[in-house]
Design a protein around this ligand. Sequence first.
Ligand code: GAP
Length: 509
Amino acid sequence: MSDDLLKKVISHAKEYGFIFPSSEIYDGLSATYDYGQNGSELKNNIKKYWWKSMVQMHENIVGIDASIFMHPTTWKASGHVDAFNDPLIDNKDSKKRYRADVLIEEHVEKIRGKINKEVAKGFKRFGDDFDETEFRKTNPNVLRNVAKIEEIEQKFKDSLGKDDLPAVKELIEELGIACPVSGSKNWTDVRQFNLMFSTEMGSVAEGANTIYLRPETAQGIFVNFLNVQKTGRMKIPFGIAQIGKAFRNEIIARQFIFRMREFEQMEMQFFIKPGTQKEWFEYWKKTRINWHNALGLGEENYRFHDHLKLAHYADAATDIEFNFPMGFKELEGVHSRTDFDLKAHEEHSGKKLQYFDPQDNKSYVPYVIETSIGLDRMFLAILSNSLKEETLEDGSSRTVLTLPAALAPTKAVIMPLTKKDGLPEKAMEVMNELKYDFNCQYDEKDSPGKRYRRQDALGTPYCIMIDHQTLEDNTVTIRDRDTMKQDRVSITELNAIIAEKVSFKTLLK
Ligand code: GAP
């Protein structure tokens, strides 16, 4: 896995109309991207898959669509004005800026790598008799490195907890962390930097009012908790979900659509009775990993990573990490947010945000478990995992996007074998029938081989060829993207064949 794969993904995304650099004719704007004709279809399908499984398939979860601009006090209450900061440090020689926590976590990852190497050596030495658990418990090198990690993590947690930034710098120096660009250890002090974008509402003459672009969609859910609970007659436990844009002035926005300044989140807040947060946290961890695994990107490509540095609102948090081209990185967060947000909004708004529990005959501020996934990161996970170069039996090669069929931008492409003899008309007839149920395209340009290759690169599950026999017996050939096998079927069977392949039901069941 490498920068090479990421570069391939970026150039494939551009060549095939998935993602373009934003305002490219003006040389682009850093860390902003536009989704093209195929990218927007794929993105919409990911949203559908999430919305269907989270909202429509849970009778106790409903969805909303809140505005991006919110009353400024929202962000005071949520803690984002005071605490939505990144600890930053600059290298004086390269002039590069880093997040101090990322530098430390990367150092810890290196030590973890040493442990894994030691385990691999043991495995090689003892083969099938190897007892990994016992080895990890007893091997002196493994134990020494585990202790090292624990010590670093504890020190880091303590310093951040006390907002002791000089101690964070000391830790970076003590660990001998060098700038990856200059190789030097010549660091500035660590300081905090707020990540929210601000703008003004109303003209300056009328008295400008600073407002923020929401840095998470979650607060739109919290401020609507009572509206939804009352009008929807929701009973705890219940959830409110939403998909929408969020904005963060990321210092180090990089790695394509992985870290952007404008991005989309798919979030769900699950309101529960205080004291039940542990079991619901586990429930949502399991439910979310199952959602991911159903896509078939490979279970080995996911792992949980418990947070070291808990956000200001959480009492437990884990990341679902995915094996991106740059290695394992955060894709989704599952957070136990306690009653922090609702209580804070009660205090700042003076309104009661409580639930009357008819069973216990008392009111309380509910606790919350949140699931929060970055839509763009999910897009990158799917695209990078699906992009493959295959060598075929005849020695030739093809580029194929093995997208989950339900998510593919186009489900079927209808092709006349030639541009004459009434084949285009027949192809359009087939297309006009199928387009009510599926996103289809018509393609008559180039040789059949070239057309197939183009659709493979776009991830289209089926190509349907209309030939002279079609005019005689109403049959067509249907070619499967993955097996490249072609079957002759009747036009009347097409709808059912495609439906079975691309249905969300196959994923959701
Ligand atoms: N409401 C909780 C929250 O916002 P977070 O861990 O800060 O938690 C949730 O963000 C998810 O949003 C992340 O797991 C990631 O997928 C996505 N995300 C966060 N910052 C992002 C960025 N700059 N670019 C793209 N996606 C981002």
